[in-house]
Design a protein around this ligand. Structure first.
Ligand code: CA
Length: 236
């Protein structure tokens, strides 16, 4: 699958040159010149990497980076900025960026850095931890979607259930908002009704919790989202 890149750059000629070159490399590129629009695009669509200028109309790149990191720790962010003092680079990285390249830059270097970042993602995905996981003594296999429930019976997850479960596990001990689950798992598809995620959580409790009526692993935070806590590991 083509990696999707959001390019945020207000200098028109640079934006079109970069778009073209990224597309030639096989990436799918969405671009904007405006900071506010960049955040809107990020919220309504899914990207693997964001190339972010700092000095932008309406919302600057550093603020955009902070906003994105409040909700999403995974998407790669690469700053591309004319601000190239050491302290400015530090500010960018502190805001949660993965990389920082100063303008003027060498196109080949930029493409290489992007390739390296996106490879890092592949490694994370093939991490054995993301292929199987144990909750309360119940083994879940994310390759075959099979699991054993709390009674020791084997059953299977739907693809969406597996994706939601994996997302909660990856974000262990953090509250994952409903919107985030919808964005990550349903992506461009038609969003399900609000009950769908609740029903998934109910089913996770039924399958993995010792006492589903008093959940300890799959917690709902009213009006905010859901949190996975792995008591098994905490108790060791
Ligand atoms: Ca600019």
């Amino acid at each position: 699958m083509k990696a999707r890149i959001l390019l945020v750059e207000d200098e028109e000629s640079l934006r079109s040159t970069l778009s073209l070159n990224l597309e030639l490399e096989g990436y799918e590129v969405v671009s904007t010149a405006n900071g506010r629009e960049a955040l809107q695009l990020f919220k309504t669509s899914k990207f693997d990497l964001i190339i972010l200028d700092i000095m932008l109309p309406e919302i600057n790149g550093i603020d955009i980076c902070h906003e994105i990191r409040k909700e999403n720790k995974k998407v790669f962010i690469l700053f591309l900025s004319a601000r190239n003092l050491g302290s400015e680079r530090v500010e960018g990285l502190k805001a949660g960026a993965d990389d920082y390249l100063s303008k003027p830059f060498n196109l080949e270097e930029l493409l290489l850095r992007i390739e390296i970042l996106l490879k890092r993602k592949k490694t994370t995905l093939s991490d054995p931890l993301s292929q199987s996981f144990t909750i309360n003594g119940c083994a879940v296999n994310f390759i075959t979607y099979e699991f054993t429930n709390i009674l020791g019976q084997t059953d299977s997850l739907s693809k969406k259930e597996a994706q939601v479960l994996k997302l909660l596990i990856e974000r262990e001990n953090q509250v994952v908002s409903r919107d985030e689950i919808l964005n990550e798992v349903w992506n461009y598809e038609v969003f399900p009704t609000g009950r769908t995620i609740d029903n998934f959580i109910l089913s996770f409790r039924k399958n993995f919790e010792s006492d589903p009526a008093h959940p300890k692993c799959f917690i709902s935070i009213r009006g905010v989202g859901y949190k996975f806590i792995n008591h098994e590991i905490n108790n060791e």
